[in-house]
Design a protein around this ligand. Structure first.
Ligand SMILES: O=c1[nH]cnc2c1ncn2[C@@H]1O[C@H](CO)[C@@H](O)[C@H]1O
Ligand SMILES: [Zn+2]
Length: 358
């Protein structure tokens, strides 16, 4: 059954990989920047949205990341963080997302004097308000924070400690992000070992701009629960083998252990990690039954949404509602939420939601 936009939007969706500072509304960037006199590369909503999409469409992760200067600049005060967080929840709920983990790097939001705990509280305040409003509007959604440490900096242990301190106050886990080449995850081994000793959850951006060694380190040295992107795992699979696809040891380990892949198709086209949706490794990885999940990464820079990502995949690979349900249940099974809460969302929200569609 082909999928149209209305159906995909109405279908309950779960999102594990979305950056708070990559999902602002262009209008909000404009308003906040005017207020603090931050110079922007465009001065109306339309051209600013276009600028973000074009500038991020560079084929290089490093250049893609430069666009965040303009969003991070307007997220330095508690009221700004709270607004951006609340609007994020509103936008996700309107897109039919019922569960989301939204990540951001506290260390990037302290330039105007906020402490990291104040920044975390501000984001949580926005999420709480957003969730309450969404429930009132008949679109209930559960949103959790993931705290990110920047891989080129040296604050990962401190951020990991904050993730543990706030684990019962809205923070579900930890992540590292930023330019991948030259900054292997083992640079932050201390943070990951600490999290493991604390029985805490973490994901690592790996196998996006850099290949298999980064995925191998993330899993076998650092103990990542999930992989941010992980697209390059395809390099360990001989797809053209006459006897059928043949998995190398690392790919087999990832599949055997059901390690979740947080795939972000449009973002990967922009950073050059894949050349087209039809050529994106998500196709064969789904066919080989890896634990694939579909994500937005940065809704502003990619001009995207969960609905749009699912529709693009539907067009490229012929996926229908049953595939959408499979991606969604995969994401819920991989969420950093307690098991009973995951089960409740799958059984009480997702399954009935899909049953009502068809
Ligand atoms: O796809 C990505 N790969 C690596 N780093 C990223 C990606 N998207 C965003 N960020 C980085 O994560 C920070 C915290 O949210 C952002 O400021 C950006 O620098
Ligand atoms: Zn990301």
């Amino acid at each position: 059954m082909p999928m149209d936009e209305k159906l995909v939007r109405a279908a309950p969706k779960a999102l594990l990989h979305d950056h708070l500072d990559g999902g602002l509304r262009p209008q909000t960037v404009l308003e906040l920047a005017t207020e603090v006199r931050h110079p922007l590369p465009a001065d109306d909503v339309e051209s600013l949205g276009q600028w973000f999409r074009d500038a991020a469409d560079s084929g290089s992760l490093e250049r893609y990341l430069e666009t965040f200067d303009h969003t991070v600049a307007v997220m330095q005060r508690a009221d700004q963080l709270e607004r951006v967080a609340r609007e994020c929840v509103e936008d996700l709920a309107a897109d039919g997302v019922v569960y989301a983990e939204v990540r951001w790097a506290p260390e990037q939001h302290l330039a105007e004097g906020l402490t990291a705990p104040e920044a975390i509280d501000a984001v949580q305040g926005g999420f709480d308000r957003g969730m309450a409003e969404a429930a009132e509007n008949g679109h209930p959604i559960v949103v959790r924070q993931l705290l990110t440490a920047m891989r080129h900096q040296a604050r990962s242990r401190e951020i990991a400690e904050l993730a543990v301190a706030y684990r019962d106050a809205g923070v579900a886990g930890f992540d590292i992000a930023g330019a991948e080449a030259g900054f292997p995850p083992t640079r932050h081994l201390d943070a990951f070992e600490y999290l493991q000793r604390e029985n805490a959850h973490f994901t690592i951006h790996a196998g996006e701009a850099f290949g298999l060694p980064s995925i191998w380190e993330a899993i076998q040295w650092c103990g990542a629960d999930r992989l941010g992107h992980g697209v390059r795992i395809i390099d360990d699979i001989a797809l053209a083998d006459p006897a059928g696809p043949r998995l190398g040891r690392l790919a087999a380990y990832v599949r055997d252990n059901r390690i979740p892949l947080e795939m972000c198709p449009t973002s990967n086209l922009q950073t050059g990690a894949a050349s087209s949706i039809a050529d994106h490794p998500i196709g064969p990885l789904t066919e080989l039954r890896f634990r694939v999940t579909v994500n937005t990464d940065n809704r502003l820079m990619s001009g995207t949404s969960m609905t749009r990502e699912m529709l693009l995949l539907g067009d490229a690979f012929g996926y229908g509602p049953s595939d959408l349900l499979w991606f969604t249940v995969n994401a819920m099974k991989s969420a950093f939420l307690p098991f009973d809460e995951r089960l409740r969302i799958i059984n009480d929200v997702i399954k009935p939601g899909y049953a009502a569609l068809t």
